[in-house]
Structure formats: structure tokens, C-alpha cells
Write a protein that binds this ligand. Structure first.
Ligand code: ZZB
Length: 261
């Protein structure tokens, strides 16, 4: 699978993360730190409202090069090293381990986002075995994101988050003839998805959203407004990589999944 690793630069850490980060400042030196989110939908990045981590997953802070450090799972860092993303090549240099829970409330930049800075929020369904363990959230176009984001907005206190961290409404990015300007909320309504716990319907909604978006979607925002999703997808990806806002990230199937962490 060819993902795009979206580099979301930390602009302010949650208090719990700040303490840990401060304790390794001599190792980080003056590097910028990025949460790296793996996506198959770079063309939707205009509509980012937040970013998700698995609260019970373990993340690492890894030295990427002389200027940057990346936050992702150890499994993803090993893949990146193998793919030549780090300098020096093939070296996995973890300076800190941190639980996802402690990253919640951290403020990060959303590259290409209409909303330039967003918050890290918890999502129980983030898999440790896929991507980087960091998921950038586009509730207009991802039914999973819409369902979790809606749950969080309904009960912020229960999820131990500040309501201001999820105050942004979903942003229209792509229009399809059948589902209009926001496919994820439309599908969640028509499939009667009540919450992020409706895993079976969400899997179906995701399948439909991928196909409809790709084959029938038109961009309604950004540089490629008016163009088809098929045309915009590789162009947005290239533009982000060129701007230093994203890195290619591949996941050799089977092989890597069976490798132990
Ligand atoms: C932004 C985005 C916008 C995404 C969208 C999807 C959609 P897949 O399809 O199963 O291979 N993702 C990435 N990593 C994880 C993880 N570790 N656990 C759970 N979800 C993860 O998964 C690829 C997509 O699932 C990624 O693309 C990411 O969300 C999420 F409008 O990034 B996506 C219809 C989907 N639309």
C-alpha cells in the first residue's frame, strides 16, 4: 500500500507530553517534531479538523534527520528507516516512548488544511498494525472520522477532552452526484450509524466513500477546485511532498505485519 505520510508539526504539547519532551530536550536539540499521519486520501487534507491517536497505543519520538523528529509507532519507524526516510539511512533512533493518551490535547499544524492548526484527539479504533498509528481526521470524507468525532463532540467530558479541541465543523472538500458535498455524514445518516461502535456499517460506509469519492468526486476547494478527485489526488500528493509537508510511506504487506515490534 502506498500511503502519504502527512507531517503535522507540533506547535504546543499537552502538559503531560511537554514534561516528557522536556526531559529529552538535549537529545532532540532544536529539531522540529512532527506527528506523521498515514493517509490514502491526500486530496482531502483541506478538510482536516483534528488528528487521532490510539489512547492505549505506544508511540515513539524518532530522530528523522538533523532538523526533524517524527512521532509514530516503532513499527512505522522501522519501515521508514528501511525505506530510506531517515538520515542517517536505516537508523532507528528512538529518543522517547509515549502513550497515545498523553499526546491528546497537543496542538499541531494541519498541512494544506483550511484550518491551519488542530488538536490531537483519541480514537479507540486506531490499529497499531497499520500505517503510522497516527490518523489525520477528515470527518467530511471519512465515515470513521465522522463517527468518532461526533462521539467526542457529544460527550467531551466522558472522553476527557476540552470541547474547544473539537469545535470545528466538518469542512466540504469533495462533491459527488449521489451524496452531495459531504459524503461521510450523508453515509452515516443513510446507513443509520449511531456511533464509532457500529464497526460493520462503518466498514461498508468506508468502502462506498472510497469508490464514490475516487470515481465520481469533484474537488470543491483548494488549488484543484473543479477537477476530478482522480486527477487531483496525485497532484496534491506531489505538491505536499515537494513542499516538505509529506513523505512517501509504503507498507510491504504481510512481511512487515508479521515482524514483531
Ligand atoms: C485521511 C482520510 C480521509 C482517510 C478520508 C480516509 C478517508 P485503509 O483504507 O483501511 O487501508 N488510517 C490510517 N492508519 C490507520 C490506523 N492505524 N488505524 C485506523 N485507521 C487508519 O486505511 C487507510 C485510511 O485509514 C487512511 O486514510 C486513514 O484515514 C486511516 F476521507 O486519512 B485516511 C473513505 C475513507 N476516506
Amino acid at each position: 500500500q502506498e500511503y502519504t505520510g502527512i507531517k503535522m508539526e507540533v506547535t504546543s504539547w499537552s502538559p503531560l507530553a511537554q514534561d516528557l519532551i522536556s526531559s529529552v530536550s538535549s537529545k532532540l536539540e532544536n529539531r522540529k517534531v512532527f506527528l506523521v499521519a498515514a493517509t490514502l486520501r491526500p486530496e482531502t487534507m483541506y478538510g482536516q479538523t483534528n488528528c487521532f491517536v490510539g489512547p492505549s497505543l505506544k508511540y515513539g519520538v524518532f530522530i528523522a534527520n538533523k532538523d526533524e523528529a517524527y512521532v509514530c509507532t516503532l513499527r512505522a519507524a522501522r519501515n521508514m528507516a528501511f525505506q530510506g526516510t531517515f538520515e542517517p539511512r536505516e537508523k532507528v533512533n528512538q529518543v522517547l516512548e509515549i502513550e497515545g493518551e498523553k499526546l491528546v490535547g497537543t496542538k499541531i499544524k494541519a498541512p494544506f488544511g483550511i484550518i491551519p492548526e488542530v488538536y490531537v484527539l483519541p480514537m479507540e479504533s486506531v490499529l497499531a498494525t497499520k500505517g503510522t498509528g497516527v490518523v489525520t481526521s477528515v470527518p467530511s470524507d471519512s465515515p470513521d472520522d465522522f463517527a468518532t468525532y461526533t462521539d467526542l463532540r457529544k460527550k467531551p467530558a466522558y472522553y476527557k477532552i476540552d470541547p474547544s479541541w473539537c469545535s470545528i465543523d466538518p469542512i466540504p472538500v469533495i462533491e459527488t452526484p449521489t451524496y452531495g458535498p459531504m459524503i461521510a455524514p450523508a453515509l452515516c445518516a443513510s446507513l443509520k450509524i449511531q456511533s464509532a461502535k457500529d464497526a460493520k456499517q462503518l466498514a461498508e460506509a468506508k468502502e462506498i466513500a472510497y469508490k464514490e469519492g475516487f470515481y465520481n468526486g469533484t474537488m470543491i476547494i483548494g488549488e484543484f477546485k473543479g477537477r476530478s478527485v482522480q486527477e487531483a489526488k496525485p497532484k496534491v500528493r506531489e505538491a505536499m511532498i515537494k513542499a516538505g509537508l509529506a513523505v512517501p510511506y509504503a507498507e510491504p504487506e504481510g512481511l512487515v505485519i508479521s515482524r514483531s515490534n
